[in-house]
Design a binder for this molecule. Structure first.
Ligand code: IFM
Length: 445
């Protein structure tokens, strides 16, 4: 497999996110986010880690963009911190934050790296959470105001925009299971949060299209291919329900197909939060969708899981060849299956894989990091992307998660996903073997 196999126009990149990397949580007038609050709550994050410094990307962005360049990676996807730009969520902008993102974008361009911007990668301003956050329908107006400001300031230089990162994860983990910020639980939080997130994609998509008619607009979706534990009909039905929740909940309303209620009756509860006209405002014709895949899930029927009546059978309880440090099975065909699944929707726009990667227990030895498992993981997943492309799927890009080891949410700093190792004591960076391998692949050497 060589770069040319994917074609000249195929977009190669690496992804990251503000809260996971920037640190500088109260520098230059930044407001507080729900993740600042959540990381301050005892027991919420492994080892009670916080992200007050993280990778210090706020101060070290030049060094990190230089590494992107050194690895011959043409595209860098990052997110803006909403509470940095709007310390109170809405109201006056923070000029120092605008100046910071101006510098970052300019530096990318100066280095020949194309910036791709995600508006919302989970760090909601705490001031807005105090008013209900995603459960408050006004979030759509708040997000529009923030998006309009970002478009006004950065739209002259940023051509690729993503509205939300993984709505299933931030509404599920943050508003149902309570394991991510803001730590809320139950369907009474999840349903309104999910419906408002689904509406926000279309509303902000329309706003950006009118503000930036030339830009490429998208939103990103987490997905895992779902396999039934056995061929027993009840396991097969459980897998269908899990698929409706994990893979279909946000993409289908966006494509005008409505929520997948027929395959997961519990989703009827969403209707309570739908107002007249919502059916018409959910769909939007994005220029691309970002799919983010790491593994597959094996699903079994369970009477003990309310609503879903299905449970995931953990990889460690199955006979699997390999797992990552997140406990996720290494299963490269999953990414192929997901590209095929999304490609089968009518009117699907072009697909970019906006995240794929793996955490392994890397070690620094004599100043370098050998990570053959990550090289193997990335290579085998890229082969599956190529397979889908060769079978006619309109997949036009691949972004590795992630540039540098960083703050992995509730897991803290131990799962290391980066192409670049970070010593969090000294902030020293070392390009891993996988980073050099990706660079060699991209440069054709
Ligand atoms: O680190 C996360 C990222 O923020 C969203 N997608 C999955 C990654 C790995 O868990």
């Amino acid at each position: 497999m060589v770069r040319e196999d994917f074609g000249q126009d195929f977009q190669w990149g690496v992804s990251s996110a503000a809260f996971q990397t920037e640190g500088a949580v109260d520098a230059d007038g930044k407001g507080s986010s729900i993740w600042d609050t959540f990381t301050g709550r005892k027991g919420k994050i492994k080892h009670n880690y916080h992200a007050r410094v993280a990778n210090d990307f706020y101060n070290r962005y030049q060094e990190d963009i230089a590494l992107v360049r050194e690895m011959h990676i043409p595209n860098f996807r990052f997110s803006l911190s909403w509470p940095r730009v709007f310390p109170n969520g809405i109201g006056p902008e923070n000029p120092k934050a605008i100046a910071y993102y101006d510098r970052l974008i300019d530096y990318c361009l100066e280095k020949g790296v194309t910036p791709w911007v995600t508006l919302y990668h989970w760090d909601l301003p705490q001031a807005l959470q105090d008013r209900g956050g995603w459960t408050n329908r006004n979030i759509i107006f708040w997000l529009e105001e923030y998006a309009a400001s970002a478009a006004k300031h950065f739209g002259d230089r940023v051509q690729h925009w993503m509205v939300l990162n993984e709505p299933t994860v931030f509404t599920g983990a943050g508003y149902f299971f309570g394991v991510h910020a803001p730590g809320l639980t139950g369907l009474r939080n999840f349903f309104p949060a999910a419906h408002h997130a689904a509406l926000a994609m279309g509303r902000v998509g329309r706003l950006l299209r009118s503000a930036l008619p030339q830009a490429q607009l998208g939103s990103t979706f987490s997905c895992s291919s779902i396999h039934p534990f056995s061929s027993k009909p009840r396991d097969v039905r459980a897998a269908t329900r899990a698929d409706a929740l994990i893979n279909r909940l946000f993409i289908e309303p966006l494509l005008g197909l409505g929520y997948p209620i027929a395959d997961l009756n519990a989703l009827q509860g969403m209707e309570k939060y739908m107002l007249a006209g919502d059916d018409q405002s959910l769909p939007f014709d994005f220029d691309f969708i970002g799919i983010q895949n790491y593994t597959r899930e094996v699903v079994k029927h369970s009477y003990f899981v309310p609503y879903l009546r299905a449970r995931l059978v953990e990889a460690k309880k199955r006979k699997v060849e390999a797992v990552t440090e997140m406990g996720w099975e290494v299963y490269p065909p999953a990414i192929y299956e997901m590209i095929k699944k999304f490609s089968a929707y009518p009117n699907i726009p072009k697909i970019y894989v906006t995240e794929n990667g793996a955490a392994f227990p890397d070690e620094v030895r004599e100043g370098s990091v050998r990570d053959p498992l990550r090289v193997q993981y990335l290579g085998s997943h890229m082969e599956q992307v190529l397979r889908a492309k060769q079978e006619g799927c309109n997949v036009q890009g691949y972004f590795v998660w992630t540039l540098t080891d960083n703050f992995e949410w509730a897991e803290g700093y131990h799962p290391r996903f980066g192409l670049v190792h970070v010593d969090f004591e000294t902030q020293q960076r070392i390009v891993k073997e996988s980073g050099r391998w990706y660079g060699a692949f991209l440069s054709g050497q």
